[in-house]
Design a protein around this ligand. Structure first.
Ligand code: FNR
Length: 349
């Protein structure tokens, strides 16, 4: 490692110097003109905080629960594919970092370590599985069964990817997973070679089917409107991640932090609401919590930490964000998560 990074942006810079261009582009890139990717950051920057003073902030308590799982902070890890591109220990390094930080990891279907292998290295109360649905529903059901057997605590169904967004950086680079790595969940003997099943279009009916398959809580990831949040609640989901997939799917959408208030309003307390996309500072976490998120997820920052210093780097990224959140809560006059009311933010000009 070069100089130890002081913040997430310094991890980003160092990671850019470590990775080869095609991998860097895969991690960083968004779809089309990357307007949504940029907007996720700009939207956070345009929200301003309204700090309260002279409250007792001598201790800050940021412990909470997400779908019954205890976490030490409301900052969790989003599903991202292919961690072995960042570090040879891949998702296992990330899971160890998450475990020691008292956070929670959503393991991607497209992980480069199998969901069972990841479950062996950490407390499985800290693991959710991200699911893509395959045309062969038996394959999908099998993944859910494996997650249940391994002790995963929730299924996160990605709903914003009926097709892959057009990521022109990856097209230009003809990006593929190196032959030395595999999508480990499908590399088990039951599947042949480097097999990836054909995805299918997920509809509300698919969600009804998934509900009959498992008793695990179901979280929908990729909702951006109050209308869909309302439908999600009617279909009995347990949680919603307000997300635009880190700007990698439909370009030109609202930032997820901009969509958060209408989702929170439509849900009206009937399921848990989380948010991801562009969270790079403790103050961003504070803003999302003030706008009604129960917790937030980070994607790329963990990949940057993993790239720069493996498990230790991922842990340090989570640590930095935690420390920043603690400081932000103190300076805003909030000693607990309950104290973070909507009055903490304003986006009025
Ligand atoms: C992702 N994301 C993602 N989401 C998902 O549901 N399944 C997946 O396999 C992946 N893979 C993936 C790979 C990479 C390299 C990135 C950057 C992102 C999206 C991810 O879960 C999350 O929504 C965003 O990354 C959050 O935005 P930030 O924190 O990266 O800005």
């Amino acid at each position: 490692m070069m100089v130890k990074p002081l913040n997430v942006f310094e991890y980003e810079k160092q990671a850019s110097e470590h990775l080869e261009q095609a991998t860097w582009d895969f991690y960083q890139g968004g779809s089309d003109d990357e307007v949504t990717l940029r907007r996720n950051r700009l939207a956070f920057e345009s929200i301003r905080l309204r700090p309260r003073v002279l409250t007792n902030v001598s201790t800050i308590d940021m412990r909470t629960t997400v779908l019954g799982c205890s976490v030490q902070m409301p900052l969790l890890v989003a599903p991202t594919a292919f961690h072995c591109l960042a570090h040879s220990d891949g998702e296992c390094a990330t899971a160890r970092a998450v475990d020691s930080a008292g956070s929670l990891m959503t393991v991607a279907t497209f992980a480069t370590r199998s969901l069972e292998t990841v479950a062996e290295v950490c407390d499985t109360n800290r693991l959710w599985l991200q699911l893509y649905v395959y045309r062969d529903l038996a394959i999908t059901e099998e993944l859910v069964r494996r997650a249940e057997a391994a002790g995963y605590r929730a299924i996160v169904l990605t709903v914003d990817a009926p097709r892959l967004g057009r990521r022109e950086r990856d097209i230009r680079n003809a990006f593929t997973l190196p032959a030395t790595m595999s999508i480990a969940n499908f590399a088990a003997p039951a599947y042949s070679g480097n097999y990836i099943p054909e995805p299918t279009i997920v509809t509300w009916q698919t969600l009804e089917w998934l509900r009959t398959v498992t008793t695990l809580p179901i979280v929908l990831k990729g909702i951006l409107t109050g209308e869909d949040a309302q439908l999600a609640v009617e279909h009995g989901v347990d949680g919603i991640i307000v997300s635009n997939h880190g700007g990698r799917q439909l370009d030109g959408t609202i930032a997820s932090i901009e969509a958060l208030p209408e989702v929170v309003e439509a849900v009206d307390g009937r399921c848990e609401v989380y948010c991801d996309g562009g969270i790079r500072r403790g103050t961003d976490v504070l803003k999302a919590l003030a706008l009604g998120a129960r917790a937030v997820f980070v994607g790329r920052p963990v990949l940057w930490g993993l790239t720069v210093d493996g498990e230790e780097g991922a842990r340090h990224v989570l640590h930095l964000l935690r420390e920043e959140l603690e400081l932000a809560m103190s300076l805003a006059g909030c000693s607990t998560l309950q104290a973070i009311h909507s009055s903490v933010v304003t986006s009025e000009s």
